[in-house]
Design a protein around this ligand. Structure first.
Ligand SMILES: *Cc1c(COP(=O)(O)O)cnc(C)c1O
Length: 546
C-alpha cells in the first residue's frame, strides 16, 4: 500500500515514509492509494477478536507485510495497548436500549488521543531502531526530536506516547501558569530522561508561534530532525478505525437475544474538533463496516456543522448580519492541539477545549474523497488528478480568504454519509446534568456531552431500528471545572468520590520536571533543545531557568 497527497503530485510514499513525514511537502495530507475492503469472512472470523487482534487485522490492510510483518504488528499493538486500564481497551457501555457509549479514555492520560499516540510512539521507535540497525559501526544513529505545543488538553497524551522511546526526544511547550494544575501535573510529573516540558512565559499562541518558527528554520529542523505528532499523522487515523470495528462486535453481543446486529442501523455520534476521530469511522464505513450515518457533533466552534447546513466552508459565518465576508487570515495547517494558526481570534473558548478549532485539519481528507467521487474524469488516475487539483484550489482559497464555497455535488455527497449538529456550552452543562440524573447515572466529560446532546437531538428523526454509539473522548476528571459546574446543584454528587480516579490523587504533590523559558523567544527555546540533545553537551538541570 502506498500513500499520496491530497493536494496532488506524483509522490507515492510507503507507510513508514508517510508516518515519519506527517505533512506532505505540498501542504496536503497523506491518504492511502485505495481504501482496502474487508476479507470475505471478517464477520465470523473477527467476532471474538480482542482490541489487539483487531488492530493487527485492520492495520495490516493498510501496511504492506514487507514493511511491517504481522508478527511485528502484533508486538507493536501489544506494547501500545497494555498501557490501557480496561481489558477491552475501549469498552462499550449501554446507557439505555437505544444509546451506547464507546469509552475511549482508559489510556494512560485518560483521553482518547492515547489510542493513537500510544501506537504512534511505538511506530516511531520501531522505524528508528530498524534504520539504525542497518548502520555501520561508528555511524551516527538517526534520532528524532518531537516538538509540540499544548494549551493543556493534549500535551500529556503525546508525552505518554513517546516517553522512554529509544532515539527520540520530546519537547512540549506550554504557556506557564495558563494550564490547569492537573493538566500541568499530568505532563510535568513524567520524569523519563527523554521527556522535556518547556514552560514558556507567554500565551498558547506564543508557543504556537515558536513551534512554527522552529519548523520553518530549515537548518535547525534538519540538524535535529524535528517531527510532529499532530492529528494529521496518518498513523493516528488508522489506529482509530480499530475501535469502530470492536464496538460493532460488542454491540452485537449486548443486543437483546434474538436481535440481529445487521437488522439494526448503527449511528456513530462523534465529538469533533480536527475531524480525526470521525474520519476513522468514515474509513471503517468505506471498508465495509455496516453503519448508518456518522454524526459530526461540534461545539460552538461550528465550522463543520455550518458546512453540512449550507455547503460553505468558512471560518466566519457569512450568513450572520454584520459579518466580515472574509475572516481573519489564518494558515490552515494543524497543530498538536488542533488550534489553527497564529491568530487566535475567531476561535471561541468553550467548555470542551479540545474541540476548540477554527478549521478542522483532517476535513481535507474527506474533501478529497468527495472531490474524487464527483470528479468528471473517466479513469481512476484522471479522477485522482482532478481531486488533487480541486483540493489545492480550495485549500489555497481557505488560506487567503478564510472561506470557500464548495460545489453542491460535494455537499450532497457529504450528506450521504454524515449528519451534523452544533452544541452550545449551555447544552453541554444541561446534558451532563441530565445524564447524571438519568436511570443509569452516567458522568460525562464536556466533550462527550457534546456527543450525547447531539445524539439526543438527532434521535428524534431516527427510525426505531437505529442504535446510537456515542464516542466518549475524555474522562470527566480531566475537565473537573465543567463537570463540577454542571453538577454543583446535585445533592448526590461528590467529585472526589464519583469522579476522581486514584491515578489523579496526589498528582499535584509528585516530583515535577520542567524547564522555564523566561520570554516567548524562539532563540531561547532553540537553546534549550540544543543543550538537551546537542552532541557535545552534558546534561542541564531541568528545573533551572533559561
Ligand atoms: C482531540 C479531542 C477531541 C476531538 O477529536 P478530533 O479527532 O480532533 O475531531 C474530542 N474530545 C477530546 C477530549 C479530545 O482530546
Amino acid at each position: 500500500m502506498k500513500y499520496l497527497s491530497t493536494r496532488g503530485g506524483d509522490e507515492r510514499l510507503s507507510f513508514e515514509e508517510t508516518v515519519l513525514t506527517g505533512l506532505a511537502p505540498n501542504g496536503g495530507l497523506y491518504i492511502p492509494e485505495h481504501i482496502p475492503s474487508l476479507p470475505e469472512n471478517w464477520k465470523s472470523d473477527w467476532k471474538d477478536y480482542s482490541f489487539i487482534d483487531l488492530s493487527v487485522a485492520v492495520l495490516s490492510l493498510y501496511i504492506s507485510p514487507d514493511e511491517i510483518s504481522t508478527k511485528e504488528l502484533r508486538t507493536l499493538a501489544e506494547k501500545s495497548y497494555k498501557t490501557f486500564r480496561h481489558p477491552n481497551v475501549t469498552p462499550l457501555k449501554k446507557l439505555d436500549d437505544k444509546t451506547f457509549v464507546l469509552e475511549l479514555f482508559h489510556g494512560p492520560t485518560f483521553a482518547f488521543k492515547d489510542v493513537a499516540l500510544q501506537l504512534l510512539g511505538n511506530l516511531f521507535e520501531f522505524f528508528l531502531l530498524r534504520r539504525n540497525a542497518k548502520k555501520a559501526e561508528g555511524e551516527e544513529p538517526e534520532r528524532l526530536t518531537v516538538v509540540g505545543a499544548t494549551s493543556g488538553d493534549t500535551g500529556s497524551a503525546a508525552i505518554y506516547g513517546l516517553r522512554n522511546k529509544a532515539n527520540i526526544s520530546i519537547f512540549i511547550l506550554h504557556p506557564k501558569g495558563r494550564v490547569s494544575p492537573i493538566q500541568a501535573a499530568q505532563m510535568t510529573t513524567v520524569t523519563d530522561a527523554n521527556v522535556h516540558n518547556v514552560a514558556v512565559k507567554g500565551t498558547f499562541d506564543d508557543c504556537q508561534d515558536i513551534l512554527k518558527s522552529l519548523f520553518a528554520d530549515r537548518e535547525f529542523n534538519s540538524t535535529h530532525r524535528l517531527a510532529a505528532v499532530n492529528s494529521i499523522n496518518w498513523a493516528r487515523i488508522v489506529a482509530q478505525t480499530v475501535y469502530y470495528f470492536l464496538s460493532y462486535f460488542h454491540l452485537s453481543k449486548q443486543l437483546p437475544a434474538g436481535t440481529n446486529v445487521d437488522e439494526i442501523e448503527i449511528q456513530y455520534v462523534v465529538p469533533t474538533g480536527n475531524f480525526g476521530d470521525i474520519l476513522a469511522g468514515y474509513y471503517a464505513k468505506r471498508m465495509g463496516l455496516p453503519m448508518g450515518k456518522l454524526v459530526v457533533a461540534t461545539n460552538e466552534n461550528d465550522i463543520l456543522a455550518r458546512f453540512w447546513k449550507n455547503g460553505k466552508y468558512e471560518k466566519v459565518d457569512s450568513t450572520l448580519a454584520g459579518d466580515a465576508s472574509s475572516g481573519p487570515t489564518v494558515p490552515v495547517d494543524g497543530s498538536s492541539d488542533g488550534k489553527q494558526g497564529t491568530v487566535s481570534h475567531g476561535v471561541k473558548e468553550t467548555l470542551s477545549p479540545a474541540m476548540d478549532v477554527l478549521v478542522s485539519s483532517n476535513f481535507e481528507r474527506l474533501l478529497w474523497y468527495l472531490a474524487f467521487e464527483t470528479a468528471s474524469g473517466d479513469n481512476r488516475a484522471e479522477k485522482e488528478r482532478l481531486a488533487g487539483k480541486a483540493l489545492d484550489g480550495w485549500m489555497s482559497k481557505m488560506k487567503t480568504n478564510g472561506r470557500v464555497e464548495l460545489p453542491i455535488s460535494v455537499l450532497e455527497s457529504a450528506r450521504r454519509d454524515f449528519l451534523a449538529e452544533r452544541i452550545s456550552d449551555d447544552q453541554i452543562l444541561e446534558t451532563i446534568k441530565s445524564f447524571f440524573e438519568g436511570k443509569v447515572p452516567y458522568i460525562a466529560d464536556p466533550h462527550t456531552a457534546v456527543g450525547l446532546a447531539a445524539a439526543r437531538i438527532i434521535a428524534q428523526q431516527n427510525s426505531s431500528s437505529t442504535r446510537q454509539i456515542v464516542l466518549s473522548t475524555a474522562h470527566p476528571a480531566k475537565f473537573s471545572e465543567a463537570v463540577s459546574r454542571a453538577l454543583e446543584g446535585s445533592p448526590h454528587f461528590n467529585f472526589d468520590r464519583d469522579v476522581l480516579p486514584d491515578e489523579f490523587r496526589g498528582l499535584l504533590e509528585k516530583e515535577k520536571r520542567v524547564i522555564d523559558v523566561e520570554r516567548p523567544d524562539v532563540e531561547l527555546v532553540k537553546a534549550v533543545i540544543e543543550k538537551v540533545v546537542g552532541h557535545q553537551s552534558g546534561k542541564i538541570k531541568e528545573s533551572g531557568s533559561v
